[in-house]
Design a protein around this ligand. Structure first.
Ligand code: TYD
Length: 217
């Protein structure tokens, strides 16, 4: 099985830049890499993404929201993630289950355990080997999002208030505290080059570990 790496955090944390840079480094080192994102990443998932982020969907129930994110995820696992891992490829995924635990479980107040069980079904318990959590203060996230969007309207999720995003951030940190072997917390306010290096060091260690254990078998 290939290495499965996910990236989490509030919007505006610089995830996309780092995912691209890691992708470049890995392919430069001869690795086969699949890059994907949630919600979306498949034709069905992209349609679900349109619904989930559409600001005109003002009457989507919380339950529907959780299930649509989980449905997009289940399809992505089926079409993209599992096949790639089976072919020993490295999978880089922009957001995964932790996003639902934080944004829906904690943010909407549905409960992390309830959202966790729905996602256990959707993913058949497939967990990432490694997760990078890009942590930054909510205010900074909101300023960066507003700046990068310019005149483009915020999506349905971005319209939520600072209290909501504080619950999301706190839950991400709580997830990291519960699972320190998997989740690496990054201070997303640091310079891009520093973050890139830190991420690369961690990924290299994981790859060496995997390759080392294959050689000893
Ligand atoms: P993202 O692709 O990061 O947004 P953008 O293209 O604007 O950078 O994610 C879309 C939004 O969906 C983001 O605000 C986080 C939210 N989200 C959830 O609420 N729950 C989830 O399970 C996932 C995967 C994303």
């Amino acid at each position: 099985m290939g290495l499965f790496i996910t990236f989490e955090g509030l919007d505006g944390a610089g995830k996309s830049t780092q995912i691209e840079r890691l992708h470049r480094r890995l392919t430069g080192n001869g690795k086969q890499v699949v890059l994907t994102r949630e919600p979306g990443g498949t034709p069905v998932g992209d349609r679900l993404r349109d619904i989930l982020l559409d600001p005109d969907q003002t009457n989507l129930s919380m339950e529907t929201e959780v299930l649509l994110y989980a449905a997009s995820r289940a399809q992505l696992l089926h079409e993209v993630i599992r096949p790639a891992l089976k072919q020993n490829k490295t999978v880089l995924c922009d957001r995964y289950v932790d996003a639902s635990l934080a944004y829906q479980g904690a943010g909407l107040g549905i409960g992390v355990d309830r959202v966790g069980s729905i996602n256990a079904f959707a993913t058949q318990q497939l967990k990432p080997d490694l997760t990078f959590l890009f942590d930054l203060p909510v205010q900074l996230s909101q300023t960066r999002v507003a700046y990068s969007r310019g005149r483009v309207q915020p999506d349905r999720i971005e319209r939520r208030d600072a209290e909501y995003f504080n619950r999301v951030r706190d839950e991400f940190l709580e997830i990291a505290r519960r699972d320190p072997a998997r989740v690496v917390v990054l201070n997303a306010s640091r310079p891009v080059e520093d973050l890139e290096k830190e991420i690369w060091d961690v990924v290299q260690k994981h790859l060496e570990h995997i390759e080392g254990s294959i050689e000893t078998h």
